[in-house]
Design a protein around this ligand. Sequence first.
Ligand SMILES: C[S@@+](CC[C@H](N)C(=O)[O-])C[C@H]1O[C@@H](n2cnc3c(N)ncnc32)[C@H](O)[C@@H]1O
Length: 234
Amino acid sequence: MPEQSINFDSNPPVAVNEYDNMAQIALPGYEAMHTMALSFLRSHLPKEANLLIVGAGTGMELVKFGQRNLAWQMLGVDPSSNMLAIARDKIQQHNLSQRIQLFHGFTQDLPSTPLYDAATCILVMHFLPDDGSKLALLQSIAQRLKSSAAFILVDVFGEKGTREFEQMAAIIKIFWQEMGMTPEKSVESLETIHKGIHPLPESRVLELLQQAGFGNIIRFYTGLWVGGWIATKN
Ligand SMILES: C[S@@+](CC[C@H](N)C(=O)[O-])C[C@H]1O[C@@H](n2cnc3c(N)ncnc32)[C@H](O)[C@@H]1O
């Protein structure tokens, strides 16, 4: 792995116990985006459904979705034991342990059954290079979904080096300062994120989604350089 690769255990972009606060500051419309994702899922899914939450992290999706849907079952998957430890505490605090399971590892390592009614992959795929790793992640999710299942992808997007992307990065830096970050921290954070992520132009995001077996793709959210797409499994 390249030295600057972000790994939430060995080389986290932010201390894991600061992740929740930092996500609210660093990701434009973080909470609202999750509420939009939840709204799509509620519009698509029956009262009883099983969901696969890829890159569950500290449990944002698990707790938010679990509290609003009393009969949904969820499996949260994540390779970071430190992030999952925080998710586990929150799940217990919210009495959701009966309906939410955690899996330490990658989606590829999950058994091929059961098939899920929906999946999310929020703020995960941009950490992987476009060398087959992004497609493999999407395929590993698609393979575990029922036909017509709902899917949500959220990622930093755009093409590094283009005028548009660099302009977005410049705006993000000021956005972070507006959200309370010091100018020094905003410069340092931008460097860490910029080096550690592999964003794609939207056309390539759509191509990968289609190749992995998703259709009915709509961009439902844009927060400066973060984009969100809803889709269904073919
Ligand atoms: C920025 S956090 C996002 C957490 C959560 N989805 C959210 O919206 O706040 C990214 C998470 O993805 C996990 N991750 C990184 N690579 C992954 C992969 N290949 N498959 C699943 N999760 C991965 C990281 O360990 C980390 O917990």
